[in-house]
Design a protein. Structure first.
Lengths: 467, 427
């Protein structure tokens, strides 16, 4: 008989949903165990948000220097174009990941969470077996928090073979490439594919994007996406819309284009980013008697599953698959287990695309908002914002959507360099139930990009100053 | 700039006054010539008053529901030029009068549902509460995360909490006030919710006409109610067959045209029932023609359009005519002679027919027929319990001029025809 561990709370998965739940449970004095087979931090920290942002940041610096070498950055003269050391770049990125990974371990320790390294397999809803280096362990818990996350979707005719030396890779391998692909084909023009595709373009790769739908970033409206489309065009990134990847054909990617022709795209790497799917297999979910909602585990507004005292958070529970949603749910579930009265009912789950330029969206898009009644929509261009111009960032705008009758703000979007940092004010405005007059009546620091939000609100009220 | 006074013109047929039903302009509006100013209602019709001049509305005289005498000032306008007041004081040029052909109801039975003619304003709730923006059902209440969490902890659904902030935003203070006012009785999750407030609905326009007619009928006429059951099995079979085999362009048959046929066949033998009683003159007008009023629920209330000369219509024509006049009434497009002159009325609630009704006679008629719901019921036939499609036929008669015996016999004849539907089609 393996050793049996009894605990109040068992968290399965050490990503942002799981580790935040575990830390909060620990803070609340609950006896908590977290099981993770890989390193702590999950997709976000180890093979998603953080590593990709590191590479995106370096790629932007590299691009600036490359421009400088072509005398395209007034004031900076570089005698020779910059050289890329992909290995060093990836090592630097790994260093950041390691720092954060260690940080998470320390936080868990401080919260008195027991971390068990291994793969948990459930035999019933409250019991699992974990194979660890020290042998098998049985864990019996009063509460179970499922936070197993998601993984990239694989196309059956284009299986991932990057880890075995092949050229078809997912976002995971893309962040660990030791050499820059000379030619990169990205299948899927969602935010992951575009973020990485754009970064690799900045690092010097020839990038081609293949998208089955008739537009890139289909979650957003055309106006918001236009600056990204413009950048792709200006930087010679070919985008094939309404085109279907068909599979490998002698090392090239066969693509059926919108007009029915077959293209062969040469590629050193083919990056497949066609979405993510929840990790629901291989750990005994079927033995837990929870209800499903399609591919996802079905939860209510407290993240409770159909099985008593089994909870689920994050990507496992559905779209949007975002770190901040998972972490919020994880924190909440720990409090619910501790007896607090909580529910997951945010005014918005804002989202950011770290494309060039960046896109941020909180609340409703104009088309969605218009379904609920008459709206006011106003945008303010960064071309009229001093701070943006001083950063070579005149592209893009901030847009605000409000109800016409009472001016309550329904949605806020922006596209432009560094606008991801505006997401906090947008989300805050929505959570606080701001009306246009609230934003108009808030002093926004000059010179900052945030002034564009202030001006957009003024413009919606009919009296913008700087346009 | 001059002043132009628009006076209520003589809207015809010797009316001395008209009721203001709805204003279409408000003070400050700049209006064009021919723009609709106000709807007024006389005993005969609702009439749209259009402006003979362009100008700016300065004053409106009268509220909806008030009576305005012919010749009294309705609207004062500020106009280019001299106007019609300062200089000569002459009356305005005759305004254009367009009859909307919405003739007041000649109600025949109790209205199915009370529908207000104009949306009323809620009066102040009895307890002292701050003014607040009310929320439509399903509309998200605005509140900060801290307020939302506190309400959730308290077990209060913010949907029911008045918010005093911009756009009805709920503050901590609003939540405190709600709790202090005993709002906890409105606690979320389970159980019925407490509501307050009284809505005042002015009884004006068509609703007032309906009310007057109903009161008149009930006060004047000693109603005699009679109900019997009718075996509709054979008629329903025939009706289903006719509907299944009807030609293109033929209307779908309800029970109504069959009853109309039955009336057309039986009424000639009961002239005292197909009649209008002028009780002030003490004269019963027995009509040779059979004009059947069809009680019709419209968005504004009960209206009774008339199918004229039902005696000369076959079953398909009857069905088509009912559909036509009812649609005209619902769309407010019925002509005046399609809304007056009925000699007897049918009031059918269709699927809502119920077991029994006691219809109110459409004064000055003397009888009204109200078929109820057709239901499969166990009945005894030759010592066996069998399932038959049964329908009650309710009716009311003016007992002053129709004797109970005659009324009963009349209904029995109708019943006999409906139970042997072939008879409807034989001379």
């Amino acid at each position: 008989m393996p050793d049996t561990i009894h605990c109040k709370v068992l968290v399965v998965g050490g990503g942002p949903g799981g580790y935040v739940a575990a830390i909060r449970a620990g803070q609340l004095g609950l006896d908590t165990v977290l099981v993770e087979a890989d390193r702590l931090g999950g997709t976000c920290l180890i093979r998603g948000c953080i590593p990709s942002k590191a590479i995106i940041h370096r790629a932007a610096q590299f691009e600036t220097m490359a421009h400088a070498a072509k005398n395209a950055v007034p004031g900076i003269v570089l005698a020779a174009p910059p050289a890329l050391d992909m290995g060093a770049l990836v090592n630097w990125k790994d260093g950041i990941v390691k720092k954060l990974n260690t940080g998470v371990a320390a936080l868990l320790k401080r919260a008195k969470v027991r971390v068990i390294e291994g793969w948990a397999v459930f035999s019933d809803a409250k019991t699992c077996k974990v194979e660890t280096k020290e042998g098998a362990r049985l864990i019996e818990a009063e509460h179970v928090i499922l936070a197993t996350g998601s993984k990239p979707v694989e196309l059956p005719f284009l299986p991932f073979d990057g880890s075995g030396g092949g050229k078809v890779i997912s976002s995971i391998e893309a962040l660990d490439l030791k050499t820059l692909p000379k030619k990169l084909v990205v299948v899927g023009a969602g935010y992951i594919g575009l973020e990485l595709g754009i970064a690799f373009r900045k690092l010097g790769a020839e990038v081609t994007i293949v998208e089955a739908l008739d537009r890139i970033l289909p979650l957003y409206d055309a106006e918001l996406v236009a600056p990204v489309t413009k950048w792709l065009k200006q930087n010679s990134v070919t985008v094939h819309l309404s085109a279907k990847a068909k599979g490998l054909d002698g090392g090239a990617l066969a693509v059926e284009t919108a007009d029915g022709k077959t293209l062969k795209l040469d590629a050193d790497n083919i990056l497949v980013t066609v979405g993510r799917t929840p990790n629901t297999e291989g750990w005994g979910l079927e033995n837990m008697a929870v209800d499903m909602a399609g591919r996802f585990v079905k939860v209510d507004e407290r993240c409770a599953t159909a099985m008593k005292n089994v909870w689920a958070v994050g990507d496992l529970t559905g779209e949007p698959m975002l770190e901040h949603k998972a972490a919020t749910q994880g924190e909440m579930v720990a409090e619910v287990i501790a007896g607090h009265k909580r529910r997951f009912a945010p005014a918005s789950i804002p989202a950011v695309c770290f494309t060039e330029p960046e896109i941020v969206s909180a609340g409703l898009l104009p088309e969605e908002a218009a379904k609920h009644g008459e709206i006011l929509t106003a945008s303010f261009p960064f071309l009229a914002n001093g701070r943006a111009l001083s950063m070579d960032a005149g592209e893009g705008f901030v847009r605000v959507i409000a109800r016409k009758d009472d001016h309550r703000i329904l949605g806020i979007q922006a596209v432009g360099t560094h606008v991801s940092e505006l997401s906090a004010e947008f989300a805050h405005a929505l959570e606080m139930g701001a009306v246009l007059e609230d934003i108009a009546g808030t002093i926004h620091v000059h010179p900052t990009l945030s002034e564009a939000f202030h001006e957009a609100a003024l413009r919606a009220l009919g009296h913008a100053i700087h346009i | 700039m001059g002043r132009y006074v628009f006076k209520l013109p003589d809207v015809g047929e010797g009316t001395a006054e008209a009721e203001i039903v709805a204003w279409h302009v408000k003070v400050g509006d700049v209006i064009e010539e021919d723009q609709n100013l106000v709807d007024v209602m006389t005993d005969k019709a609702t009439v749209e008053m259009t402006s003979p001049v362009s100008g700016k509305v300065v004053t409106l005289h009268g509220e909806p529901g008030e009576m305005a005498p012919v010749g009294s000032a309705l609207v004062e306008l500020e106009v280019e030029g001299a106007g019609n007041v300062k200089n000569n004081g002459h009356a305005a040029p005759a305004p254009k009068v367009e009859a909307k052909t919405e003739v007041p109801a000649t109600p025949a039975s109790k209205p199915v549902a009370e529908k207000s003619v104009t949306p009323g304003k809620p009066t102040q709730p009895s307890s002292q509460r701050p003014a607040f923006a009310t929320r439509a059902p399903g509309e998200k209440p605005l509140a900060s995360p801290a307020v939302r969490q506190r309400a959730h902890d308290l077990g209060i659904e913010l949907q029911f909490v008045p918010g005093t902030g911009p756009a009805g935003r709920i503050s901590h203070a609003d939540l405190d006030a709600f709790v202090a006012s005993g709002g906890q009785s409105m606690v979320l999750r389970a159980g019925p919710q407490l509501r307050e407030g009284v809505e005042e609905v002015k009884v004006i326009g068509l609703r007032r006409k309906i009310a007057e007619k109903m009161q008149d009928s009930k006060r004047r006429i000693p109603h005699y109610a009679y109900v019997d059951e009718v075996d509709m099995t054979e008629l329903e079979e025939l009706r289903a067959h006719l509907n299944a085999t009807r030609r293109e362009g033929q209307p779908k048959l309800s029970v109504l045209p069959f009853i109309m046929r039955a009336l057309a066949k039986v009424l000639p033998h009961y002239p005292q029932i197909n009649a209008r009683f002028d009780d002030e003159a003490g004269v019963v007008h027995r009509h040779a023609a059979i004009h059947i009023g069809i009680a019709t629920q419209t968005a504004n209330g009960l209206i009774v359009p008339v199918v004229r000369h039902a005696e000369a219509l076959d079953i398909w024509q009857s069905a088509a005519e009912v559909a036509r006049v009812a649609a005209a009434a619902r769309d407010n497009k019925a002509a005046k002679d399609e809304l007056t002159g009925s000699t007897i009325t049918i009031t059918s609630l269709g699927a809502l027919g119920g077991l029994v009704t006691t219809p109110v006679i459409n004064h000055p008629e003397v009888a009204i027929i109200g078929p109820n719901t057709i239901l499969e019921r166990p009945v005894v036939r030759g010592g066996q319990i069998v399932v038959r499609k049964m329908m009650n036929l309710s009716s009311s008669f003016d007992h002053r001029v129709v004797d109970g015996y005659d009324a009963a016999e009349f209904i029995q004849k109708i019943k006999s025809l409906l139970e042997h539907p072939a008879m409807l089609f034989m001379d």
